[in-house]
Design a protein around this ligand. Structure first.
Ligand code: SF4
Ligand code: SF4
Length: 180
């Protein structure tokens, strides 16, 4: 077996020259790297002022759609929650009352509908499972928050606004389209 004294020394402790001891060559080569990158095209963008154009297959924040008369499509059947591999969806169903026909399309609706965006993996299975064309993933980005519970989106965040209908036809991957 090779003794320790016979082993080749790999780390040399060479004394620095005068120029090296001024650190000028090291500073200069560091500045050269900085200069080189200053004139390169930036790979980052100033989000949220600037936003990237996403691929048509991008899946972002969900929307709970309304029908052409503005009524909520969701009937709280729960199939999306069952299909969700991340167990991100919870809901409470309720019966439609007399006089609420203009709010909900069918007799049942989701009184509470929540998606935990920290659990969601944006797989789109909820969209695939929905028999009512009620839930879709859009190209909207889920904004950052400071508190975990702010990532639990309720109906106020998910149901599309009557005056801001969302065109989900921009998404091209599933072939599944709902009425705007
Ligand atoms: S996109 Fe996937 S993970 Fe997210 S809520 Fe829908 S089924 Fe669950
Ligand atoms: S979004 Fe669709 S699948 Fe989910 S509860 Fe509503 S109707 Fe059922």
């Amino acid at each position: 077996m090779e003794s320790l004294s016979n082993r080749k020394k790999v780390v040399s402790d060479k004394p620095m020259t005068f120029v090296e001891s001024l650190y000028l060559p090291a500073i200069f080569s560091g500045m050269m790297v900085t200069l080189k990158h200053m004139f390169k095209r930036r790979k980052t963008i100033k989000y949220p002022e600037e936003q990237r154009v996403f691929a048509p297959v991008y899946r972002g924040m969900h929307v709970l759609k309304r029908d052409e008369q503005g009524r909520e499509n969701c009937t709280a059947c729960g199939l999306c929650a069952v299909a969700c591999p991340a167990e991100a969806i919870t809901m409470v169903a309720a019966e439609r009352e007399k006089g609420e026909e203009n709010l909900y399309r069918e007799e049942k609706y989701a009184e509470i509908y929540e998606i935990n965006m920290l659990r969601c993996i944006f797989c789109g299975l909820c969209e695939e499972a929905c028999p009512k064309e009620a839930i879709f993933l859009t190209d909207r980005i889920v904004p950052t928050e400071y508190e975990r519970n702010e990532f639990i989106y309720g109906k106020d965040m998910l149901v599309e606004k009557l005056d801001k209908r969302i065109d989900i036809t921009k998404r091209q991957d599933t072939g599944k389209r709902g009425a705007v």
